[in-house]
Design a protein around this ligand. Structure first.
Ligand code: UDP
Length: 234
C-alpha cells in the first residue's frame, strides 16, 4: 500500500467521448475511483494536463509565440483542475485546487507546505498550471511534483492498460510489457509513454512510473495498493 501517490490525468482522458473540453461523466467516474483509492488512507496528488484545450507545441506558430502557446496550455490545465475539483467535491471527496500560475481569484497558489497540509488532512490536491514555466509538459511537471511532495510513485492514467511492444490498437499480436527499465523506456523509439524530459527526471531520481488504464474499474485502487497493474517502469 502506497502512502502517497501522484496521479497524472491527461486532458485527452477528461475529454472522454468528446474531441475537446470536459466530459463530466468521465470526471465523475474518476472521482469515484479516487474515492475508493483514498478510502484506504492513501494520499492522492493529481497533476492534470490540458491537451483537451491547448498543447503549446501544437498551437505555436502563425504569430503565436511558443511561450504564449505554453501559457495558453497552462491556462487550459486550470480549467480542467477547477472542473475536477468541483466534481470531486460533488462526489464527497474533500479536494483542493492549487495552481502554479498566479490565479488568486480562482484557486489557492501552490505552496509546498500548504500542499502537504492538505494531503495530511486527507484532502485530494489537484495541481493546475503544470510547473508554471513554458517548454514543459504536465508529464514532466508530474514527475517533478511527485519528487517535491515525496510521492512514492507516479501513476500515469492512459487509454491503454500499459506499455505494449507495438501499438495494440493497430496490431492484434501486440504484447504487453509488465516491467520496463527507465533505459528501455527512454531508448526504444516505439515506446512513447512520456516525454524524454519526464522519463529522464524519473530515472535520475528513481521515481517509479506506472502506466495504467484508469477507465478499468478498480485499477487505480489496485495500483495504489501496490499491485502490479499495467506496466511499471523502474
Ligand atoms: N505546459 C507548460 N508547462 C508546464 C505544463 C504544461 O508550458 O509545466 C503547457 C504546454 O504547452 C502543454 C500544455 O500546457 O502542452 C498542456 O499540458 P500537456 O500537453 O502536458 O497536457 P496533456 O497532454 O497531459 O493533456
Amino acid at each position: 500500500m502506497y502512502k502517497r501517490v501522484l496521479l497524472k490525468l491527461s486532458g485527452e482522458q477528461l475529454a472522454g467521448q468528446f474531441d475537446g473540453g470536459i466530459d463530466p461523466n468521465v470526471a465523475g467516474w474518476i472521482a469515484n475511483e479516487v474515492k475508493k483509492a483514498t478510502a484506504t488512507d492513501t494520499q492522492v496528488v493529481i497533476m492534470v494536463g490540458g491537451g483537451n484545450f491547448v498543447r503549446g507545441a501544437q498551437i505555436a506558430g502563425h504569430g503565436i509565440r511558443r511561450v504564449t502557446a505554453d501559457h495558453m496550455g497552462m491556462l487550459g490545465t486550470i480549467i480542467n483542475a477547477l472542473a475536477l475539483t468541483d466534481i470531486f467535491e460533488a462526489h464527497g471527496l474533500a479536494t483542493r485546487c492549487l495552481t502554479n500560475i498566479f490565479a488568486e481569484q480562482v484557486a489557492e497558489p501552490f505552496v509546498h507546505r500548504l500542499a502537504n497540509k492538505h494531503l495530511e488532512k486527507g484532502r485530494v490536491v489537484i495541481v493546475a498550471g503544470g510547473i508554471g514555466r513554458p517548454y514543459l509538459t504536465t508529464d514532466t511537471a508530474a514527475v517533478s511534483l511527485a519528487l517535491e511532495l515525496d510521492c512514492e510513485v507516479v501513476l500515469k492514467a492512459t487509454k491503454v492498460d500499459g506499455v505494449y511492444d507495438k501499438d495494440p490498437t493497430q496490431y492484434d499480436d501486440a504484447v504487453k510489457i509488465e516491467k520496463l527499465s527507465y533505459q528501455q523506456a527512454v531508448q526504444d523509439e516505439d515506446i512513447k509513454i512520456m516525454d524524454k524530459a519526464a522519463m529522464g527526471l524519473a530515472m535520475e531520481h528513481k521515481m517509479p512510473i506506472v502506466i495504467f488504464d484508469s477507465m478499468q474499474e478498480g485499477s487505480l485502487g489496485r495500483a495504489t495498493a501496490g499491485e502490479l497493474v499495467g506496466t511499471i517502469i523502474s
